[in-house]
Design a protein around this ligand. Structure first.
Ligand code: FIX
Ligand code: ZN
Length: 430
């Protein structure tokens, strides 16, 4: 048994000068800073989709994450809050969460980071100066500036063809662009068929309440029509913690016979975002959803039954993360992505990303912003870079300790793979 002194010196690939251990963290930080990321799941909209796109200080401060935090620190009732105009809502949140209390939560600190990025006061008693600044911004220029500050080259949208406002915009010619990739979001079709089959029927698709007869074929036609119109980079659906597959339900049949086959025909992934307990507190509206541990055998059976499909998967429960890594090791057509929603906090992001690196190498997508307001990408990606720098550096230091040199080219390649090429390959963007 040879000892380490007889081993050949470690060989770096690709060739290049080996880094010293103490230099690793700085090189990782440099590469994270200079490689533009693809933000592969957001609720942002291209300017062509008009008012749907949220931006500016009042939208930032009334983010549903902050509304949930407001009700814990203010005596205002949800009913009183919803009756207030947007600016009054923002003033109340600012006073409560940023003035009367230090903004130490992830979502409040994020607003501080955004204000700082624009050189605006972060500790003032009101939002007057911020409102004046944003009022003077031209949206297209502002988007370019925000993307540069965030270090992203493009954002992937969430587009709902059955949304009564968004659908007609697409039908009258709205399109994505090189900065905003469309996604065909199917929650209303898959999760709320009872409420929406009539909308499909009104658009000329021969469907019925039971999704019987030619309904499945007509949903396939609906998907083909929207694939042509929208050119989505993937299809997506959010699913409850109780999601099962196979399932004797309309959702189970639509997935098996329409949506998954259509994704395979169009050669695009299906994104499954599993683990939501919808509206556990309806009074909080968008902030009223909770989380539940899902049964990942549903994911297992989809991967087994459809080996030619590519699946993106993000799980909302922290308790599902390790098993998601195990399933990703079993199924090469399963791509874990992001630290979703309640998981997008440094303490949890660190844990999830470390176990992914340990079990998957760099064959996963570490993060998405889920941004609903344009400027949120600034803080969400700043936090991702800050949290992942030591995590990635640790992986390289362990590698060096165990006998393999690490070069700047290694780090550049790996970060490019994690934040760009894994998604580009999965969505056939390249
Ligand atoms: O289903 C989703 O895309 C979720 O991300 C949203 O519904 C959720 O409200 C959110 O924005 C979480 O960050
Ligand atoms: Zn989302």
């Amino acid at each position: 048994m040879s000892t380490s002194s007889h081993l050949e010196p470690p060989v770096a690939f690709p060739p290049g000068p080996s880094l010293e251990p103490e230099a690793i963290e700085n090189r990782v930080a440099e590469e994270l800073a200079r490689i533009p990321f693809i933000d592969m799941h957001t609720h942002l909209f291209s300017p062509a989709l008009g008012e749907l796109g949220l931006w500016g200080i009042d939208e930032l401060v009334t983010y549903h994450y902050l509304e949930a935090e407001l009700f814990r620190s203010s005596s205002v009732t949800p009913e009183e809050y919803w009756a207030m105009p947007k600016r009054s809502q923002a003033d109340l949140i600012w006073r409560t969460l940023f003035v009367e209390n230090a903004p130490v939560s992830e979502a409040t600190r994020g607003v501080v980071a955004v204000l700082r990025a624009f050189g605006l006061p972060t500790g003032g008693p009101n939002l007057n100066e911020a409102r004046e600044y944003f009022a003077g911004r031209k949206l297209e220029d502002h988007i370019d500036h925000v993307f540069r500050l965030a270090g992203i080259s493009e954002a992937v949208m969430t587009n709902d063809p059955l949304d009564p406002v968004e659908g007609p915009l697409w039908e009258s010619g709205a399109r994505g662009n090189r900065k905003f990739h469309p996604v065909l979001r199917l929650d209303r079709v898959l999760n709320k068929w009872t409420d929406h089959w009539r909308v499909l029927a009104a658009k000329g698709y021969s469907v019925d309440a039971e999704a019987s007869g030619e309904s499945i074929a007509e949903v396939r036609r609906f998907l083909a029509d929207w694939r042509l119109r929208m050119q989505p980079v993937y299809m997506a659906v959010s699913l409850p913690d109780t999601f099962q597959y196979p399932e004797e339900s309309i959702r189970g049949r639509l997935l098996k016979e329409a949506v998954v086959p259509a994704c395979r025909e169009f050669d695009i992934p299906l994104s499954l975002m599993i683990g939501v307990r919808y509206q556990v507190n309806p009074a909080l509206r968008l902030a009223g959803d909770g989380v539940g541990k899902a049964d990942l055998r549903a994911l297992e059976r989809l991967c087994v039954e459809f080996p030619s499909n590519r699946f993106l998967a993000s799980l909302l429960s922290r308790e599902n993360q390790h098993e998601l890594c195990v399933y990703a090791r079993k199924f090469r057509n399963l791509m874990p992505f992001g630290c979703w929603w309640f998981l997008n906090n440094p303490s949890v992001v660190e844990e999830i990303t470390r176990e992914r690196l340990e079990m998957l190498g760099t064959s996963f997508i570490p993060q998405h912003s889920d941004a609903r307001v344009l400027e949120q990408v600034i803080y969400k990606w700043k936090n991702t870079r800050r949290t992942l720098t030591p995590v990635l550096a640790n992986s390289y230091r362990l590698l060096m300790e165990d006998g393999r040199a690490v070069t700047q080219a290694d780090i550049h390649h790996d970060i490019t793979r994690l934040f760009r090429t894994n998604f580009e390959a999965w969505a056939r963007l390249k």
